[in-house]
Design a protein around this ligand. Structure first.
Ligand code: AMP
Length: 430
């Protein structure tokens, strides 16, 4: 096993031995210099090594795997009769479309062709895509495997296999299908696995089974990439109060934002309320027909609609640039979901703001997220919209030694005096 590489060396794209066509394309995309993960992965991957990368979304991971494989395809042109040579598997349809779009943009000046295969699209369109023998196919595992079984897609010419957001693929139960696809692509020369985390047995085992002697890359994002999301919370008394705080932000501070809610009912109530307040709003919810999802996303991406309301499931994998704010109208259940949500703002060096509007019964989640991210939230309030309620008492677990050996966890309610959270938010207009 190679040592973990995490020393960040920021090259210029021109220093990475990429063809001019690729460098011109990334310049057109507005990329001035490689992100940490790109400067670490690209040189290693261009040497043909397998890569295991710890790369959360928003770090520029997509170009980190696309650029070296495109360079390889350019360096070693295909034989006339060969079919697809690079296969990129991703967990969700939206992510597939985003990766596909980046692949097309990166190949703006090359002859390389790209295709995308996902569920929710009619089979005729897929057959047309597959008949083109694109150099690069981006796919969700389920639909691609159907085509393999029906002998509409053949993996024999696959030279690079890339698994993006592998942790999510595992969470979504794709492990067995991905293994079967990897088994079909057995002549491949290179495999790369990107995951938001390398912790947990699942991803490690997945990597052991699918990669050969990989280099492990852990991009400690440069300071510029880190600390770029300002996080604060507002304490709210009830839903009406939440609405008022949200509207204040939408009118005064937000350029474009995703508002996260916990259920579909909440989404529809909020959407109707915002319509009634003359806001132009679009939304993403689970089990939405693909064409409606696409048009909602297109309207948000183009800037036609500045406010997108979404549930967590529906928002998986979406990548929209230049979101100024992520607003947690409802706090998520888990801290990891919180991190995922706010990662949609402040991408690749841009500044972003995450605002959580929190009722007393959800207040413990703020503390949990703070402990998880090791980043404190700032409390804010808006003049005229101060909460009547005070933050509730914090319940903390305290370790107690029992008989000198084992430790037992005992719940202790902190007295109000000792509560570390400020008794009432500081007076600073948001
Ligand atoms: P990703 O982590 O691949 O989802 O990328 C996150 C966002 O950063 C996407 O919108 C990319 O277009 C953008 N991006 C990727 N690489 C760079 C770069 N080197 N400079 C600026 N933006 C980038």
């Amino acid at each position: 096993m190679h040592p973990i590489i995490n020393e960040t060396k920021l090259f210029m794209f021109a220093q990475l031995d990429l063809d001019d066509e690729l460098c011109r394309a990334v310049a057109d995309m507005g990329y001035e210099r490689p992100t940490s993960i790109q400067s670490l992965v690209i040189p290693q991957a261009m040497e043909g090594k397998d890569v295991l990368a710890d790369a959360p979304t928003g770090t520029g991971k997509t170009a980190a795997f696309l650029l070296p494989v495109c360079q390889y395809l350019l360096d070693y042109p295909r034989k006339d009769d060969s079919s697809t040579r690079v296969l990129i598997l991703v967990p969700t349809r939206e992510l597939a479309n985003q990766v596909f779009e980046q692949a097309v943009a990166i190949n703006k000046y090359t002859h390389l062709t790209c295709g995308v295969i996902t569920g929710g699209i009619n089979y005729g369109t897929d057959h047309e895509t597959l008949s083109k023998n694109c150099d690069i196919i981006v796919a969700t595992p389920g639909r691609l495997f159907e085509h393999i079984e029906q002998e509409k897609f053949d993996c024999q010419d696959i030279e690079s296999l890339i698994l993006d957001e592998a942790d999510r693929m595992l969470d979504m139960g794709f492990s067995s299908i991905v293994h079967q696809i990897a088994g079909e692509a057995k002549w491949r020369k290179q495999s790369m696995l990107f995951s938001a985390t390398l912790e947990g047995r699942g991803v490690r085992q997945f990597a052991e089974e699918l990669l050969k002697d990989p280099i492990t890359v852990s991009a400690d994002p440069s300071r510029k990439e880190k600390n770029k999301i300002i996080q604060w919370y507002h304490l709210a008394d009830n839903l009406k109060h939440k609405d008022a705080i949200l509207v204040h932000h939408l009118r005064n501070t937000v350029e474009s934002c995703i508002v996260f809610v916990k259920t579909r009912d909440r989404l529809h109530n909020l959407k109707d309320y915002l319509f009634s307040q003359d806001f132009k709003v679009t939304f993403l919810q689970g089990e939405m027909p693909q064409d409606k999802r696409n048009s909602a996303l297109a309207s948000f991406k183009s800037g036609e609609t500045k406010i997108l309301i979404a549930t967590d499931v529906a928002a998986r994998g979406i990548d929209v640039q230049d979101i100024s704010h992520v607003i947690n109208y409802d706090m998520p259940r888990g801290s990891d979901t919180y991190v995922h949500r706010i990662g949609r703002t402040g991408r690749a060096g841009a500044k972003g703001t995450a605002i959580s509007i929190v009722e007393a019964h959800d207040f413990d989640k703020v503390g949990k997220v703070e402990r998880y991210t090791k980043e404190p939230f700032k409390a804010r309030f808006i003049e005229g919209l101060r909460p009547n309620n005070k933050p509730p008492q914090v319940v903390k677990k305290k370790k107690v030694k029992v008989s000198g050996k084992k430790t037992k966890v005992k719940r202790k309610t902190k007295s109000k005096k000792k509560t570390t959270r400020p008794a009432s938010p500081k007076s600073n207009e948001a």
